[in-house]
Design a protein around this ligand. Structure first.
Ligand code: PRT
Ligand code: ZN
Length: 294
């Protein structure tokens, strides 16, 4: 628990999340999966939790880096694209795996494009002026950056720019606007960013939160597997099912058979199942794991 000296309030970690929009649902879900029950999740300016020492602030995503930098909030959940564009001195502490997209350069479909040098001298519309400038500089391209605040994808169609730099996920917005993605400037996902040098009691709460986030993430990458196998195959089966340490093997009532329980990585999953079948495994059950802690 957080340390409390007499008369001083217990430490609270203030978390900024997006008020509404693409990251809102997943941010709330993550906190819930970490066992943090929010008193009211819906659109107050801020809320608290009775079972974890946090206060959650609901903000526009663009404001989150500044709020964390100013220490109005201690940590924030925001797209890496916004974090890097705002360029504040705050730390990226965890990649959260949702809100995936990429900041990309796109040109009209009919425009010939053979490489970055084709962008030299063109006018490029974007809301990500800092990231775009950095990218052009790194590649020694001189182009005119035209800052606009929204609907970037329509800029070439109305003669406002020759190309654009904007976020893409499925690519359908580019397609319907007659544009073609030509370069990825930055792959992005939601991240947890924190103010630098948090006071020790706040850092302790953040460490607890990170342990929980890690447990939730690990659990998503693995499945629990239960199966029955003839005893003469147990050695083979144990060889492909390492489990957290080694598989649990329990004799069944039927002589010569055992029940085997283990953990498998999602990536190896189908390959493991095929090998298990080859080793005469039967009654294979696969169950999701809610949390996984070392
Ligand atoms: O109100 P507030 O300022 O908080 O929200 P916002 O409207 O600025 O942001 P929002 O909710 O649209 O996005 C929040 C974050 O979600 C972004 O900063 C990204 O980190 C992430 N994200 C993931 C995306 C997308 N995918 C995405 N596809 N943000 C925006 N888009 C837009 C993109 O700008 C384009 O208009 O979706 C369109 C492209 O999508 P596709 O699927 O057609 O390619
Ligand atoms: Zn925004």
């Amino acid at each position: 628990m957080t340390q409390q000296t007499t008369g001083e309030p217990a430490a609270i970690l203030r978390i900024a999340i997006q008020k509404s929009g693409r990251l809102y649902e997943d941010s709330i879900r993550l906190l819930r999966e970490c066992g943090i029950e929010l008193n009211n999740g819906n659109k107050q300016l801020k809320t608290t939790s009775d079972n974890f020492p946090v206060e959650v602030y609901f903000l526009r995503d663009d404001d989150i880096p500044q709020y964390v930098f100013d220490r109005v909030a201690d940590i924030g959940i925001v797209g890496e694209n916004v974090l890097l564009e705002k360029n504040k001195e705050i730390d990226l502490v965890y990649r959260l795996g949702f809100g995936r997209c990429r900041l990309s350069l796109a040109v009209p479909k009919a425009m010939p494009y053979s490489g970055l040098s084709d962008l030299a001298g063109l006018k490029i519309a974007t809301t990500y002026t800092h990231l775009l400038q950095q990218y052009l500089d790194k590649n020694s391209i001189v182009a005119e950056i035209h800052e606009i605040s929204g609907s970037v994808e329509i800029a070439p169609g109305i003669g406002l720019a020759d190309a654009i730099c904007d976020l893409v996920s499925s690519g359908s917005t580019l397609f319907t606007n007659g544009l073609r993605e030509v370069e990825v400037v930055l792959p992005s996902e939601a991240v947890l960013a924190a103010a630098q040098n948090l006071a020790a009691p706040k850092q302790a709460i953040l460490d607890k939160l990170l342990l929980r986030i890690n447990a939730v993430h690990r659990a998503k990458r693995v499945k629990y597997i239960l199966l029955n196998a003839p005893n003469d195959q147990l050695e083979n089966i144990a060889g492909i099912l390492p489990g957290a340490k080694s598989p649990t093997i329990v004799p069944l009532a039927e002589p010569g058979w055992s029940s085997v329980q283990s953990v498998v990585n999602e990536n190896d999953f189908w390959e493991v199942i095929e090998k298990l079948k080859a080793f005469k495994a039967e009654g294979i059950l696969v169950v999701p794991i809610e949390k996984m802690i070392d």
